[in-house]
Design a protein around this ligand. Sequence first.
Ligand SMILES: [Zn+2]
Ligand SMILES: [Zn+2]
Length: 421
Amino acid sequence: MVARLLATPPPESAPEYYEELAARQPGVRVAFTKRKGKSLVATKAFAPGDLILAEPPLAAAQDPHNARVVLACQHCFRILGPSLEAHIGRALRAMHEDPELVPSDSENESEDWSDEEGPGCSQGQTPDALPSQEIASALIKGHLRMESDAEAQSPAPVWGDSGSAYCSASCRDAAWADYEGVLCRDAAAADDFASFVEATNPAFAVVARFIASTVSDAMRLMQESNKSPEEALLEAWRPVAWGQKALWWELPVADEDADDAAEYLCAMVPDARFAALCDARVIGSLLGMIELNNLALVVASPAHAWVNSRDGGGAAAGPSASALSDLARFVRRRGRTLDVDGTGFYRLHSCCNHSCVPNAHAFKRPEDDRGDAVVLALRTIETGDEITLSYIDEEAPFEERRAALMEYLFECDCPKCQARQ
Ligand SMILES: [Zn+2]
Ligand SMILES: [Zn+2]
């Protein structure tokens, strides 16, 4: 069974699978060529800035360190409130409790902070100081108001049985049916696995969700259609089988970690019928698929919009003004700490090939407040054009680009590379 899971599916079944998938995304289809494998092709014209694709992840997980700072829906990854104040107050409190969660300078954007709040605002204070514990608790208790219209973007948390937070009962129930119900069968094993993920590679949390949702799907197929466990497992595995871009043993995947992960996962998903899923080679291949295709899971904090609205002259006066100035300075300097950060796998997005002169880019607009992959047109795209993204810094010199693309196991033959620019 392990060999069958690792095998590449027969090519003739690919178009059917991707037609089904692309039917949910008007404007694109998946094409196949011998030379390039999968590619994403436009089925209509796009103007610069047009939305090409907004696709929820097949599986994604928030980075465990980030999850301690930012409370987000564990299914759609919206940032949770019930208010902007609660979101930020909670994050500040977590950073006060564990200073290791405060990012070091090198991890953050190198924005120039010096002229942000005008003269006189940084006396005696480090520019990026964490706002005080008092500010954190005033925010949490609702004593310090940020006068923002971001409330609508921050739903109150809905708690699941496993202690995970969601934005709604529907996200909670969808997560339970998809993977959470399988992952939470044994609470102690789930805790052990969570500690392992925190100490090793956050992508293992995504691997666990893949495995759990494969088990859920297989069980559903067995109930609905009288399939044998083997047949059901192979059918449930289809999305993963098609996601592969390379053989796992060609990838720079740490084998030891994959072995350990297999052990933890077997403890967490103790179903003998699906034991093949927890084989170290299967775990390694999933990890490879995520590493090769992953798009960072990012959801911007509504705090950025709040700071921008202050720039428009909305800053309040009064006793809370200096606390709000401290907060604004922190958000400008360390705002990324307040964003959701994680790893996701997106089926159609992962079909986009690389070009050093891409015609599209992954970019979140302010309304994109979930963990979806959002792809926008950079240039005019005609019907039938291939949609390309840049996996690397496409402005780098030719030799540097070629070296960076070796990690993705291919050599680029875009017009710019052919001209060796
Ligand atoms: Zn949600
Ligand atoms: Zn190129």
